[in-house]
Write a protein that binds this ligand. Structure first.
Ligand code: SAM
Ligand code: DTB
Ligand code: SF4
Length: 356
């Protein structure tokens, strides 16, 4: 396995037993391997910062067992209509001023209706004009819809596999795994970057956590961003009351994601609000290099910005700069046509505390 790990090209043929062998390593050894791989592809200590906004909240017809926005669960989330572009722009300006480099717009849709596309396209164009990277998560997309969003200037599309293929049917019944793979294909074909990950802590086994990472790592192109969400338990959803995932198991999941998808941004995603600074530090040591920043995720809480700035300062982390077309060869993600690249590893890693 080590010969593979050291190889220059990311692999797309990971076997389940290889991932389980990584999960089984003594934690310090697993952390060491993940940290080593992290340093070959990124400046350790730099963390990409995205801010989320729910532009269309609640009332979703799907039945995802974790989700507070599904209409069928009584979670206290009230359905709202699509926000006005001006309102979205005001929030994007705030996010930029607070230090975010990417702005992600989420909608509680199964998939966008044709009439929604021009409105969302306008939001994307205007957010992009502020100088932010743009991301959207709107549910399933047809090939044409993906092209329309790309034309509007969408950089990333978030669409998660959520869990292992064999556990998926325990969580979602209103769309299948293949639907998700099809949407990801449309996004790649339209030339956008993919943001694709999943949720752990939903009662899955270690084998199924490995299965999620295996499915992600064996996609035709590794996702540019891999959000690893720890289930945020919301009263009224079927998964409320699930036994919490052990913190070290969560860290292991991050480390195995880093090892198997070496050039991807691994995002320490939902669930940070209930994590200690120490647990988050372990996740960064395990190769996480991206976070959601801002008081709210979509409908649930996230650490407030003061806490995150203090965390960055305590750990000596700094936000990853967005640099257009400037990376050294080998530091590009493996999706063709990518214009935005990660920090040049030869840049001096000056100082911490650029997080203001
Ligand atoms: N409706 C669209 C869809 O499902 O693709 C976009 C929004 S949906 C809320 C985006 C992702 O948020 C889900 O795929 C899931 O991974 C994550 N998510 C939703 N509820 C969550 C929760 N309670 N805890 C952790 N992650 C959650
Ligand atoms: C992702 O993987 N996590 C984010 C983002 N993509 C859209 C969403 C997390 C949602 C957590 C529950 C909520 O706030 O409603
Ligand atoms: Fe709807 Fe997305 Fe929530 Fe599923 S995860 S219920 S599709 S908003």
């Amino acid at each position: 396995m080590s010969a593979h790990i050291a190889s220059a090209e990311p692999r797309h043929d990971w076997q389940r037993d290889e991932l389980l062998a990584l999960f089984d390593l003594p934690l310090p050894e697993l952390l060491f391997r993940a940290a080593d791989i992290h340093r070959r592809h990124f400046v350790a200590g730099e963390v990409q910062v995205s801010t989320l906004l729910s532009v269309k909240t609640g009332g979703c017809p799907e039945d995802c067992a974790y989700c507070p926005q599904a209409q069928r669960y009584d979670t206290g989330v009230t359905a709202q209509k699509l926000m006005d572009t001006e309102e979205v722009l005001a929030r994007a300006r705030q996010a930029k001023a607070a230090g975010a480099s990417r702005f992600c717009m989420g909608a509680a849709w199964r998939s966008p209706k044709e009439r929604d596309i021009p409105k969302v396209a306008e939001m994307i164009r205007e957010v992009k004009a502020l100088g932010l990277e743009t991301c959207a998560t709107l549910g399933m997309l047809s090939g044409q819809q993906a092209l329309a969003l790309k034309d509007a200037g969408l950089d990333y599309y978030n669409h998660n596999l959520d869990t292992a293929p064999e556990f998926y049917g325990d969580i979602i019944h209103t769309r299948d795994y293949q639907d998700r793979l099809d949407t990801l294909e449309h996004v790649r074909e339209a030339g956008m970057k993919t943001c694709c990950g999943g949720i752990v802590g939903m009662g899955e086994s270690r084998g199924q956590r490995a299965g999620l990472l295996q499915a992600l790592a064996n996609l035709p192109a590794h996702p540019d961003s891999v959000p690893i969400n720890r289930l945020v338990q919301v009263a009224g959803t079927p998964l409320h009351g699930t036994t919490e995932l052990d913190s070290f198991e969560f860290v292991r999941t991050i480390a195995v994601a880093r090892i198997t998808m070496p050039r991807s941004m691994v995002r320490l995603s939902a669930g940070r609000e209930s994590m200690s600074d120490e647990l988050q530090a372990l996740c960064f040591a395990a190769g996480a290099n991206s976070i959601f920043y801002g008081e709210k995720l979509l409908t649930t809480g996230n650490p407030d910005t003061e806490r995150d700035l203090a965390l960055f300062a305590r750990l000596g982390l700094r936000p990853m700069p967005v640099q257009e077309a400037k990376a050294a060869a080998g530091h590009r993600n493996d999706v063709l046509g990518s214009a935005t690249v990660h920090a040049d590893i030869t840049e001096p890693a000056t100082c911490c505390g650029r997080a203001a």
